[in-house]
Design a protein around this ligand. Structure first.
Ligand SMILES: *Cc1c(COP(=O)(O)O)cnc(C)c1O
Length: 294
């Protein structure tokens, strides 16, 4: 059911040749068709912990388009958990494709207003939920961003059997890049690409990995704003698909790859550098596929 370790592929373009760098893509998008790449990395040890605690209900939080919500719903379906999704904001019908998918996996969705959502007060939320057994619930934080998630993301590095200098990935909460940074050699650097403006992100990542401050840097990839596209981005994703038959999503991985190409072009990486870009997924949404494939 899971394709692990995920494959790693070399990306050869005029640009990499001209600037004499080697670029690889770690295909975490291929781990599972319904569980977005890094969301599985983040769920893995959380779910193992839930199983260890003999709990059968996963409760988590997310926005209406959250890949973490859909991934948790799918993981619950395959691994026999009851799943409860607490969604930020009002219910809109018809449901968008992400929430439709979550429901089709059996996830029970509850909506809370933004203020209540921020507080993430489980007992208030629980009053809405029928037939719950508090002792049976394992709570996953928003975006799956827990200690267990770091451990799962660190495994991305274990699976890479080439020598690399830089490892790059998209950042939302920064959990994935933090986990990666815990598992690098002194000579290796992680570069996180935040896709939303988040002034404290650097500090928040440092707090997750207090001993490793110098292992990572952040480079803005908010291009056009969170979950927004620009004509250049759409063009880039289409061209990338045609050249390499690899689909990038427009919220995370397309932006990272576009920024990475710009950095290579600007001579950011010295000659002979080896760069690994982690394709964190996000492409399982049919809308994304139809929008960018042709
Ligand atoms: C959620 C997500 C991210 C962000 O991961 P964080 O660990 O929150 O930084 C990156 N890429 C994709 C495709 C995602 O779904």
């Amino acid at each position: 059911m899971f394709q692990l370790p995920s494959p790693i592929q070399k990306i050869e373009t005029e640009l990499t040749q001209k600037f004499d760098v080697q670029l690889f893509i770690k295909r975490d998008d291929l781990i599972h068709p319904e569980i977005s790449g890094n969301k599985w990395r983040k769920l893995k040890y959380n779910i193992a912990q839930a199983q260890l605690e003999n709990k059968h209900t996963l409760l988590t939080f997310g926005g209406a388009f959250s890949n973490h919500i859909t991934a948790t719903a799918a993981a619950g379906k395959y691994l026999n958990f009851r799943t409860i999704g607490i969604i930020r904001g009002e219910k809109y019908t018809p449901l968008n494709t992400s929430l439709q998918f979550a429901e089709s996996c059996g996830m029970e969705l509850f909506y809370v207003d933004r203020t209540a959502y921020k507080q993430k007060n489980i007992s208030t939320v629980l009053t809405q939920i029928p037939n719950y057994v508090a002792a049976d619930i394992f709570v996953l934080p928003e975006g799956g961003a827990s200690e267990w998630a770091l451990k799962g993301c660190a495994e991305i590095v274990d699976e890479i059997n080439i020598d690399f200098d830089f490892i790059c990935c998209a950042c939302g909460t920064g959990t994935t890049i933090a986990g990666i940074a815990t598992n690098l050699k002194n000579t290796q650097q992680a570069i996180g690409f935040p896709v939303l403006k988040h002034p404290n992100l650097h500090q928040e990542i440092e707090q997750k990995i207090p001993d490793l401050k110098s292992n990572f840097s952040l480079i803005d990839a908010s291009i056009g704003g969170y979950a927004k596209t620009t004509p250049q981005l759409v063009q880039f994703i289409k061209a990338f698909y045609h050249e390499h038959q690899i689909l990038l999503d427009y919220v995370y991985t397309g932006k990272v790859m576009l920024r990475l190409f710009e950095l290579i072009e600007q001579g950011y990486f010295s000659k002979k550098s080896t760069i690994v870009m982690v394709h964190t997924g996000g492409t399982m949404n049919a809308n994304v596929f139809n929008k960018f494939k042709d």
